[in-house]
Design a protein around this ligand. Sequence first.
Ligand SMILES: Cc1cc2nc3c(=O)[nH]c(=O)nc-3n(C[C@H](O)[C@H](O)[C@H](O)COP(=O)(O)OP(=O)(O)OC[C@H]3O[C@@H](n4cnc5c(N)ncnc54)[C@H](O)[C@@H]3O)c2cc1C
Length: 323
Amino acid sequence: MATHHTKMLIIGSGPAGYSAAIYAARAMLEPIVVQGLQPGGQLTITTDVENYPGYRDVVQGPWLMEEMQAQAEHVGTRMMWDTIVSVDLENGAPFKAIGDSGDEYIGETVVICTGAQAKWLGVPGEQELGGKGVSACATCDGFFFRGKKVAVIGGGNTAVEEALYLTNHSDDVTLIHRRDELRSEKILEERLMKNPKISVLWNKTVESFEAGEDGALGHLNLKDTQTGEASTLATDGAFVAIGHAPATELFKGKLPMDGGGYLDTEPGTPKTVIPGVFAAGDVTDHTYRQAVTAAGMGCMAALDGERYLAALEDAQEAAEAAE
Ligand SMILES: Cc1cc2nc3c(=O)[nH]c(=O)nc-3n(C[C@H](O)[C@H](O)[C@H](O)COP(=O)(O)OP(=O)(O)OC[C@H]3O[C@@H](n4cnc5c(N)ncnc54)[C@H](O)[C@@H]3O)c2cc1C
């Protein structure tokens, strides 16, 4: 068991955490990144990434995250292969966190970048065909299905938005919902129902995802929730849109969250209600959920953390001068 001190403790190692680390290290804050169970974050479970700026060709998600990690280490970040299991933020700075290893982390500031995980259906074929036709992000992967048949599974705002978005790429979008009415906002529902490129399959659940001859997704096996009747839907892409779960269990009762469990921040900033504690990336953002937005928020958090520490130092010097 060891105790690690830092000016900036960064919890999480996705694009938000690594970007915060790059900025913090270059500001001589000697940051520590505690990587968690998924070093590199969500992009390590995808293949092609075509919308992260700076690369004219498609890059692989795991490779991109290795590069970000290497960049953060190159400028002086300490990486810890550990997972935070408890935090003490409410007693003010310095903040304490305990890792699964038993190590203690003491940070003058904390940046929470624990991200979110897409919820999956948990049915056969879903994980096996991930990146081969099955996805949880239309904004990320819709472009790969230009001119093809796609399906969206879900009935809330996310599902309806994903279906509408996919009509930019496909003329044949099917929304599959297990009930006979949507849970989305009325205005979104109206847009969906008016869109000639979208058809809705009501009262259907996806029982499994099946590969075609080429090994990629070929069709979905469906079941009618009212009659139990089985059917199939041939499709090239399927987008599971049943929500996301932000990784905020650790912060329950310690930091304010919205109804979905996302950390609240001061609008337009990564500042939480506790001075010196910041949140960046998907853990606080249920709207954009992209690598580039997470990275941008990580940068903002590091810059705000640096300013917070500088202001503290100024106040301390002024107090000493007045004595
Ligand atoms: C299949 C898939 C494909 C995608 N494709 C694209 C794409 O093409 N383009 C795009 O821009 N976006 C894409 N995204 C979305 C993108 O991956 C996310 O928006 C982005 O990764 C969010 O970054 P983040 O840093 O906020 O969090 P995440 O990437 O979710 O990382 C969270 C980090 O927190 C760590 N963590 C969690 N709990 C703890 C803890 N208790 N202690 C320590 N660490 C902890 C995890 O280990 C992880 O490292 C995709 C997402 C998925 C799932």
